[in-house]
Write a protein that binds this ligand. Sequence first.
Ligand SMILES: C[S@@+](CC[C@H](N)C(=O)[O-])C[C@H]1O[C@@H](n2cnc3c(N)ncnc32)[C@H](O)[C@@H]1O
Length: 303
Amino acid sequence: MKKSKNKNTVTSSFGTTKREGHDSSEFYGRNLYSKHLNVANKKDLLDIKIPKIGDWADKIYCQSSENMPIPDNCIGLAFTSPPYNVGKDYDLDLDLIEYLELIKDVGREVFRVLRPGGRYIINIANLGRKPYIPLTSLFHDIHAEIGFLSMGEIIWQKAKGASGSCAWGSWKSAKAPRLRDIHEYLLVFAKQSFSRPDKGISDISKEEFMEATLSIWNLPPESAKRIGHPAPFSIPLAERVIKLYSYVDDVVLDPFVGSGTTCLAAKINNRHYVGFDISEEYCLIAEERIKAEELQPSLFEKS
Ligand SMILES: C[S@@+](CC[C@H](N)C(=O)[O-])C[C@H]1O[C@@H](n2cnc3c(N)ncnc32)[C@H](O)[C@@H]1O
């Protein structure tokens, strides 16, 4: 393997085993990349004024996230799971084009409010079998059109398999076997830069970092019944995203906040939060979960 002057390794025809200090400029200099990358200059990004945290933060807004009353360039991380439009309590029955328009309108707003280098992580599953609708691929295209840079995708393995699901299509026959999904995806996007141009405090441990930078996450889902929402995130999932992709004191946004898990996990992990949902019922659940967390220290002091 060739060695460059300052770095430990360079990309070779056989790959490389050691990534620390790896010089990848040759790989990214190839035509495959150079004509498509739209990354801003770090100095220009550092010149962008970042608004101070104001009374727009640490709130749940009971309104559509297609228009967010928050300033440009103020959010470090957005993490969400959009409505899937498949018949859950909160779903409208939009056709695919209308549905993707909603996702795009919200994506544009998220892009506006993210600070340079801010990340947008979207949890989504692909749908159906007859035919299979690859939402992941459609979401990639839409967000690339908006201007997001794709940083990859995580497979969230929610179950080990061989569970109660018996949607085989046909039993032990090649007539119509159907795949049974035990995973969803987390699509990872960034605004204007793959790295945060600003400095901040990271609070992820070595073990968490090693685990979180693998492309498959094994984390159990949350119980819908326990939370009172049909599709809640689990706190460990939100915490892992928050610790990996944001600094302490960042503002974390969830444009489809539901029961408020992202905001609650942000608060527990010393970040600010902003959440949006069109359902008054879910906004109330979110606010109550956050309030219960605020009461925790005083309960502790009393005992
Ligand atoms: C998959 S759920 C999010 C669940 C959330 N991750 C949690 O932990 O509870 C999607 C949410 O989007 C909300 N929603 C649908 N359309 C919306 C819109 N235009 N703006 C904001 N929220 C919307 C729904 O009411 C629903 O609660």
